[in-house]
Design a protein around this ligand. Sequence first.
Ligand code: AMP
Ligand code: ZN
Length: 663
Amino acid sequence: MNPEDRIQQLTQELNQHNYNYYVLDNPIISDYEFDMKLRELQQLEKQFPQLADANSPTQRVGGQITKNFKTIPHKYRMYSLSNAYSTQELEEWIQRVEKSVGQHAQYTCELKFDGASISLKYIHGKLAEAVTRGDGFQGDEITTNVRTIRSVPMQLNGSVPDELYVRGEIMLPLIGFQQINAEREELGLEPFMNPRNTASGSLKMQDSAEVAKRPLEAFMYSVQGQNLPFETQSEMLQFCRNSGFKVPDSAKLCHNIQEILDFIQYWDVNRQNLPYEIDGVVVKVNQLYLQNELGYTAKSPRWAIAYKFRAEQSQTRLNSITYQVGRTGAVTPVANLQPVLLAGTTVKRASLHNADIIQQLDVRLGDMVLVEKGGEIIPKITGVNLDLRPENAQKTEFIQHCPECNTELVRHEGEAAHYCPNEDGCPPQIKGKIEHFVSRKAMNIDSIGTETIALLYDAGLVNQISDLYDLTHQDILPLERMAEKSVNNIIDAIQKSTQIPFHKVLYALGIRFVGETVAKKLVDAFPNIDALMQASQSDLESVDTIGNRIAESVCNWFKNPNHQQIIEKLRNYGIQFVAEKSENISGILEGQTFLFTGKLTQFTRDEAKEMVEKNGGKLISSVTKNLQNLVVGENAGSKLKKAEQLGTVKILTEHEFLDLLNL
Ligand code: AMP
Ligand code: ZN
């Protein structure tokens, strides 16, 4: 099969599998098979760049950077919705509508997805542009980022009008939100406030590869264009679905007010079981000709209304505020509440986030506070009932010293959180660092858990990560709940950890902002610990995706004499401080293409391939105009002949090839 056909075939297959997985939730091939197909397509596109398409499934993983988002006017204005907060307001709206059109209407009820709205333009069924709502008249063009959202089809199914605008909401499901925050906390970053802001923030990231990592979803609910093949809102939803979009099947066609109220009632209760957040129900006149008759006000359609749910909220007394110190030294204020029932669970604690929030809310001890449950695991305080404020309640002062080690707290510029700077002397930070060090993705010493670490620390046996390697059988055995076998396991696991590769060791050190990905990047650029320790801030910044915040953090960490001592100790214990195999050796072959032919005697084909790729070159599979270098072994045949005929190909012996690489 020629490459063009194969690319087309792979694209179609991958689009279909992607659809099965992300829209239908019903994959029919394994992830592995999917990856193999994707890889083949990536390879072909590399070889034949002229055949690569902006809407190729390979674009789902992102990679393109957008420095400035272009402003694009909306062809059809993106209106907002008028709101109803009570069933009475809703009933009044229905009366107005039916009086205005002079007839009884039908209504579709849809969930009001709490995300970021988006408008997608399709030309001849292909995704051409994705634009944020902006001010409703114009928004930001974020097409490359949106291509990474798996439930957005790049190519529509069936025959669709030449130009189509499809609208909907980009959502971040709760699980994804919680995962992102867990990762942020691990990196010492402040957690995001809620899924909606995180979704809209994600869409505006410059690096589409980062967007691709966020598990965003797209739910679509509206279509605009000429000569559309439907006459009602519910047919429009079905059209969206048939074209390949994800349209939750919660929408319902209602014939009277009672059915609408039942729908609202049902979802007000059951929204707690949804994997994403909704903030109400949107009721729309179903017949499009009636929608046209009703038209728009200056801000919103007259044919739709959003019934907003009241957030699950309770009032209770604020008994005290305590401050927790995390692994990174970030101090989080926690409100301890008089226990109260909220959305089916008893709530005793709520997050107060940081000093700014405390100040904004002006919460004081003894206040009756409003508690809400949103997407966060721990509920939040959203207000204070001032009518019930006790007399002489004192303004809350954020603590100035660490509750654990009494060091004066600091606040980095531009950050809301306070930190305890006593990294190496503050108990929760020390214990947290050890926990991080032994964790599965780091040194994988899984026989030591939080409790054991606390025991080891309290017994004065482990004060820093390098102390782990001094532990003996006799040290550990006397500790609470230790037996011969568990001690052996611990000692074994510590011993085994000396084989953990350098990039994991670097991650394990727990340097602020150095997560797994950053650690790998750093190790690719600085293949041993000495190179890394000697690197200046600007050396570090010259590595792709390493910004000045990370560079500064790494530099400062290694400058600290305590840390240098830890490194020396770890080195003596035989911890891996050299990369196993340096990944990219050089860019010497950057932009050059290679093909090997004949029997190779100096290296195998696999080695040849590796050498080319690791030095920035590309392999191609046949002699064409794109081929620049043909490396010939013994008994070379037709490929050599063809290259000689072409006359544009440089012909190299194996030795000459090695010379290129200075090998
Ligand atoms: P608001 O921002 O409160 O004026 O509400 C209008 C927004 O609700 C729209 O811009 C949409 O982004 C969003 N929305 C969420 N779900 C729906 C839906 N099913 N139908 C229409 N709009 C929706
Ligand atoms: Zn402290």
